[in-house]
Ligand binder design. Structure first.
Ligand SMILES: Cc1cc2nc3c(=O)[nH]c(=O)nc-3n(C[C@H](O)[C@H](O)[C@H](O)COP(=O)(O)O)c2cc1C
Length: 179
């Protein structure tokens, strides 16, 4: 599969089979995550892999809103990866402060992308969940109160066929040599 094919195949999967993810696949996905780039190589992240059924259920509840009809499918996924923001190194923190950019959030977006693309490469579905009750996730996973929970990523064998991607046209988002 070429890189473009991999990108075309990755999608947010919102329905999962009742089938566990093999440890070797998960290990390769985590290795792809570990190798992600970050500002000044600060690696401002901690990944908590959640497979325990009771904890998964609590995290899924924390990500679900009946009122907004959000993330009701999250209980189905056999693996969750919770991305916690950690302090970065001195260069990244000072550089971000000087340039008014919070590099850690960009870095976590990049590692999330590595995880989801690696999952696709392993024949797995994935979905990033930005909407969750951070307090409940912290409590379930014993994450210190001063840490931010940035994303939850669901992984598992999807039941969904590949769907067409709705995106802006290339000429709406790309320009050459000027804005
Ligand atoms: C930072 C971020 C947060 C997201 N949060 C959610 C979420 O809480 N629930 C959900 O169903 N999808 C969520 N998504 C998935 C997006 O809705 C999805 O990527 C987008 O609609 C494009 O569709 P595709 O991923 O299938 O290509 C999130 C995606 C990103 C990048």
């Amino acid at each position: 599969m070429s890189f473009l094919e991999l990108v075309q195949k990755r999608q947010s999967d919102r329905s999962y089979q009742d089938k566990p993810v093999e440890k070797e696949k998960l290990d390769r996905i985590l290795e792809a995550a570990r190798l992600a780039p970050s500002a000044c190589n600060g690696q401002p992240w901690k990944l908590i892999v959640v497979t325990d059924p009771e904890k998964r259920c609590k995290i899924a509840d924390a990500a679900t809103s009946k009122m907004l009809s959000m993330n009701h499918f999250s209980k189905q996924a056999p693996v969750q990866i919770v991305l916690v923001e950690e302090g970065s190194n001195f260069s990244s923190t000072v550089g971000g402060w000087a340039k008014n950019k919070h590099f850690a959030h960009l870095d976590i977006g990049i590692i999330a992308s590595h995880i989801c693309l690696a999952a696709t490469d392993e024949g797995l579905g994935s979905c990033m969940l930005g909407w969750c009750d951070e307090g409940k996730v912290r409590k379930t996973l014993e994450i210190p109160k001063n840490k931010r929970v940035i994303l939850v990523i669901l992984l598992g064998y999807t039941t969904q066929p590949i769907h067409e991607k709705k995106r802006k046209m290339i000429n709406e988002i790309v320009s050459f040599d000027k804005y």
